[in-house]
Structures are given as C-alpha cells and as structure tokens.
Ligand binder design. Structure first.
Ligand code: PLP
Length: 428
C-alpha cells in the first residue's frame, strides 16, 4: 500500500506531521517535513531519531535559562498540584499577585500595574487599546494614530499588523482589520528627523509611539544605539504622547540588561513582555502600565475601565513559572552570561564578514546576526544546520542566533562554526 494511504495509526507520528497541523509562516504545499522533536534539556533539543541539536534559537528567544531548568520545573509541578488554573475575573491568587509585585519592582521607572495575557501579540494589542482608551477617558478622543518604525514587528494580530512595518506590503490584504498607522524611519540620536517633524505637526492626534528597544527582531535583527532609543523617548515625551516599549523579544536579559530600555535610561509609559517571561516554559505575556496610565482608567463610569480579560489571564501555572524565572535572574549571573556571549559572538562572528555573500554582521548582547545576499538559500541552509547538529533557522536573508543565556562556550562555538560553514557552503 502506498505510504500516504496507510491508516494514520499505522504510520509513525513524524510521518503524520503535515496531515492536520497548520504550521506557522509556512507554505503548506511544499513545506519541508518539520524536524520531529522528542525532548529538550538544557541547551539541547533531542530528535525523535536519537540525534541531538545544540539550540541556537532558545525557541524564538524564550528559553533564556535553557530547557527544563529544575527550579522552574519544581515550581510548576508544585503549582500543578494545588491550583493549575482559576479565573481572574472576580478571583485572585498568590502567584499572580507576587508576579505583578515583582514586575513593578524590576521594570524601569514608574511601571506598576500589569494586565496579563497569553502571547506577545496580545500584550501589544492590550497596549494599543490601553493607550487609545487612556486618551479617550480624558476626553482627548482625536488621538487615534500610532507612530511606529520601519522594519518594526509587533505581532500578528490585527492591531499589531497595523503598527508593524514588516506587514506594510501585506496590510492591504487585511484592510479594515489592520488599521494603517504611521511608519517612519528610526531617528538619529541627534538632529532633525521625520519623527520630530510629524510630532511637531500634529502630536494631538497621536495616541502613542511604539518601538522595539535596541533590536528590531523579526524585521531583520537590526540594532540601534541607546542614543536612538533615548531620542525616541525624548521626542515622545516632548510631544506629550505615550511611549510603548515592546520588549517582548528584548526583555529578560537578551540585550545585556534585564530590559533594553535600561541602557538608554528610558522609562516607557507602557511596557510589553512575553517570550522569556516564564523562562520559555509556557505561554504568558504582560502589559505593564505606569501609575499615571493606570490612574487614567479610574472614574465613576464602568465604561472607563479597561475592557480586556482573556480566559487564561494570570494563569497560576504560568505565573509560577514566571516567578521561578525571576528567581533565577536574581540568583544566577544571567547578565554576566549575556556579556560573555556578546564577547564570544563578536570574536567568532565578526570574521564572517570576509566570506562571500556576507553583507553585514550585527551583534547585540546575546543576539548575533549575519546578513547574507538574499533569502534564496534559506531553506537549504535550514536543512544544512540540522546536518551540522545545530538548530538555527534563518529569517529571510538573516542567519541569526539567540541562544539560551546559559549556553556553554563550546556549544556557542558549535553554533558560530556551523554558521560559518553553512554560509560558506551556500555562497562559496
Ligand atoms: N513583539 C515582538 C517585538 C516580537 O518579537 C514578537 C514575536 O516575535 C511579538 C511582539 C509577538 O509575540 P507572539 O509571537 O508571542 O505573539
């Protein structure tokens, strides 16, 4: 009997991978079979066929302490035994209260009140709603535009698409869903800019400015200086509008400080977090607002309350994982580890600029990216990395690593050497 006609039960699960699962960002017609994973431990991904890959992705920037860290595992197991979930509508529990207190302590400036959701996109969606309604509650109803930056990415839900430069060409397809906001180039650290001009012309129509601090991730791993971030914050402040920092990717040590905003001395009005919030253990996101933004929702009228509340908001299991992850940031030298990764990436990736096909090498904290000439080799490179025993997934024309912050130098070298060999093989 031809393979495809055998009943599902007779085919091993890796062969059924494409039968019913709809994979992310994939043309399902000709998608390569996804790599079947049996388990994870530390910085390794164990495949169903017994091979092991060194992880260069921390599963999309999330597994900052590596996989299955015993402290997080124990916290989640303990939580599972007593309170895996309960609704936060009208009820509460200790893990979520503790987590919100700790975020208020650790986040920059006056950020103090957290709405919990389940993904980075929804954290941004809540930030956009929060900013719009903040002005609306004050009677400034004309503030309905957000200013975002070219090459920025803030998630895949409708509101997020509207502020993501990466969705610019795709937005017409979602007209009516993804509202068109303003996208401008990042300003220089000093001197005139389009951002300054637009804010000077009509800041009273602007609900907020949204930025990925220091690294624009999905838009191509583009790095900007703390001076640029400080300038954006200064212009937003001067114009009297809100600054939204989307640290979904950069938060929790990735850029070398707990939050990227710290490096520019910037305290946003609203901060979005997810990915490494639970140490990559489970889905959770946070939108943290300043006391001032929070106070803007106080009033006699129910309609001035923030109308948002996903079923799993503040999920106790995820909150337990997040609290355990914060313990690890307190107890273990994650920032030193991020600095050591940055040094090693600098030493081992910078020489790749000599390779044919390499246009640029960009390093910031525990993120290293090599920009190559075109995305044509992407799929072949993805397969070649697996042959080299590493998990690296090029994004368009950018080959990058965002490893767990706990990666050992030898494993990091395996990643950087594989990058050199695979890029040389593709363009040599
Ligand atoms: N914001 C930024 C900066 C991101 O990098 C991402 C995801 O990569 C998101 C938002 C969306 O997060 P999620 O994929 O969890 O919805």
């Amino acid at each position: 009997m031809p393979e495809a006609r055998r009943p599902a039960a007779e085919r091993p699960w890796p062969e059924r991978a494409l039968d019913h699962v709809w994979y992310p960002y994939a043309q399902m017609r000709d998608m390569a079979l996804p790599v079947p994973v049996a388990g994870v431990a530390g910085c390794r991904i164990q495949l169903a066929d017994g091979r092991e890959l060194v992880d260069g992705t921390a599963s999309w920037w999330s597994a900052c302490h590596g996989y299955r860290h015993p402290h997080i595992m124990a916290a989640v197991h303990d939580q599972l035994d007593v309170l895996p979930h309960v609704m936060l509508g009208g009820m509460t529990h200790q893990p979520v209260i503790r987590l919100a207190e700790r975020l208020a302590e650790k986040t920059p400036g006056d950020l103090a009140h957290t709405m919990f959701t389940d993904s980075g996109s929804v954290a941004v969606e809540v930030a956009l709603k929060m900013a719009r309604q903040f002005w609306d509650n004050r009677g400034e109803t004309g503030r309905d535009i957000f200013i975002a930056f070219e090459h920025g990415y803030h998630g895949d839900t409708a509101g997020c698409m509207g502020v993501s430069g990466t969705y610019r060409d795709l937005r017409p397809r979602f007209a009516g869903l993804a509202h068109e906001h303003m996208t401008v180039p990042l300003p220089p650290a000093s001197g005139p800019s389009e951002l300054e001009r637009i804010l000077a012309e009509g800041a009273d129509g602007v609900a907020g400015v949204i930025i990925e601090p220091l690294i624009q991730g999905a838009g191509g791993m583009r790095v900007h200086s703390p001076g640029v971030l400080a300038r954006v914050a200064e212009l937003a402040r001067e114009a009297g509008t809100l600054l939204i920092a989307d640290e979904v990717a950069t938060g929790f040590g990735r850029t070398g400080s707990l939050f990227a905003c710290e490096q520019a001395g910037v305290a946003p009005d609203i901060l979005c977090l997810s990915k490494a919030l639970t140490g990559g253990t489970m889905a959770m996101a946070a939108t943290v607002a300043t006391r001032q933004v929070f106070a803007g929702f106080f009033g006699d009228d129910e309609a001035s309350a923030l109308m948002h509340g996903p079923t799993f908001t503040g999920n106790p299991l995820a909150a337990a994982a997040a609290n355990a992850s914060l313990d690890l940031f307190e107890r273990e030298p994650r920032m030193d580890q991020a600095a050591a990764i940055e040094d090693q990436l600098d030493r081992e990736l910078s020489p790749l600029t000599e390779l044919p096909g390499v246009l640029d090498v960009r390093i910031k904290g525990a993120m290293g990216a090599v920009q190559v000439a075109g995305a044509g080799h992407r799929d072949r490179m993805r397969r070649r990395f697996v042959d080299h025993g590493v998990w690296i997934r090029p994004l368009g024309d950018v080959v990058y690593v965002t490893p767990p912050l706990v990666i050992e130098p030898e494993d990091l070298s395996r990643l950087t050497h594989a990058m050199g060999r695979v890029i040389a093989g593709a363009f040599g």
